[in-house]
Design a protein. Structure first.
Length: 344
């Protein structure tokens, strides 16, 4: 089950990551160059808004339906991009597309927490993170290559295809929530308690502060790669997420052995150093090296943070706890993207 879920998660990540490096140029071609900062911000805002709903539904109707709903959004949105002809329609579609990451990752982490014993949680979170980052590292350069060799429409269709295969894999998995409820519109009524889980506040704060940097990087670097003479705008993501993939498993294992706090502290230190060096990139080579340093920091942080959140959560409300952490993640990325674009 863990392997199949990881494979599905990898394809899901590949679906929405594949198109990221080409979206700034695509938006510019529609006449919306001044709105580049909204490409990531709108996506993450919607993801954040949908987290309380995904968390509540994950804890009521089950993990598998929420996994499928989130991935289905990727299938549909990627099919619609080629038909967008205005800046408003593009931004509206990005807003809708954000529901995908608002739903699937929340249910994905809850599913893993259900089937993995406590002493291997960090390792399991690392594996899931590796799968997502593997998809994220392979897909951007592939997407750019598809645009260069075929067309941007072809890239969007390939993105949709990846999400479709991800859904097919999900149908092979069994539901892990005991006694799931049938869906009812009443479940969409959200109370304050459904938005923030008290047990997840500390992991959420750490997540929001550290992922602010990632939002800025995702927004600025595609244009910066062009400035440095890099023809494939997705290569920098390969360096970044490639290092994340390699360090995720290690970070998870270390958090199981030495505890979550110490790994989180060292991951943050590495992230700070990597960010300072990243700001002084003067060539494609240094950009790739320093992107890798940032990847190392995030690779250590992420599995430890989610294992920490799992340790602190009530099993009955794991979806809500993970939704709280993900809300902080989306807020951090969204603010980082918006502020960095505004400062350019």
């Amino acid at each position: 089950q863990v392997f199949m879920l990881a494979l599905s998660h990898m394809l899901f990540a590949a679906s929405f990551s594949m198109i990221i490096p080409e979206l700034p140029a695509y938006l510019t071609s529609l006449g919306g160059a001044e709105y580049k900062g909204l490409i990531i911000s709108l996506f993450t805002i919607t993801a954040g808004i949908s987290r309380p709903f995904s968390g509540k539904l994950t804890d009521t109707i089950g993990r598998r339906p929420v996994l499928i709903i989130g991935t289905l959004v990727c299938v549909v949105c990627s099919l619609v991009y080629p038909f967008v002809s205005s800046v408003f329609a593009f931004l509206a579609l990005r807003f809708i597309h954000g529901f995908s990451t608002g739903f699937k990752p929340t249910a994905n982490i809850a599913y893993v927490a259900d089937i993995v014993p406590e002493h291997r949680r960090g390792e399991a979170m690392g594996i899931m993170g590796m799968a997502m980052n593997l998809g994220g590292s392979m897909a951007p350069p592939i997407g750019s290559e598809l645009v260069n060799s075929y067309s941007i429409d072809f890239m969007f269709y390939a993105s949709s295809g990846c999400a479709l295969v991800s859904i097919l894999i999900l149908f092979t998995l069994k539901e892990t929530l005991p006694n799931p409820q049938p869906y009812s519109n009443k479940l969409l009524k959200i109370k304050w308690a459904d938005v923030f889980d008290d047990t997840a506040i500390a992991p959420a704060i750490v997540t929001g502060l550290t992922y602010f940097l990632l939002g800025g990087m995702l927004t600025i670097v595609p244009d910066y790669t062009v400035h440095l003479g890099m023809t494939n705008k997705g290569i920098y993501m390969t360096s970044f997420t490639g290092m994340v993939v390699m360090s995720r498993f290690i970070g998870g294992k270390l958090s199981d052995k030495f505890g979550r706090p110490i790994v989180i502290k060292w991951g943050t230190v590495i992230l700070v150093i990597g960010a300072i060096l990243f700001g002084y990139s003067w060539s494609p080579t240094t950009l790739l090296i320093f992107s890798g340093a940032l990847g190392l920091g995030y690779g250590l942080l992420a599995p430890a943070i989610f294992a920490w959140a799992t340790d602190r959560s009530d099993p009955k409300y794991r979806g809500r706890a993970f939704a709280t952490v993900y809300i902080a993640l989306e807020v951090g990325i969204g603010l980082g993207a918006f502020i960095s674009a505004w400062m350019m």
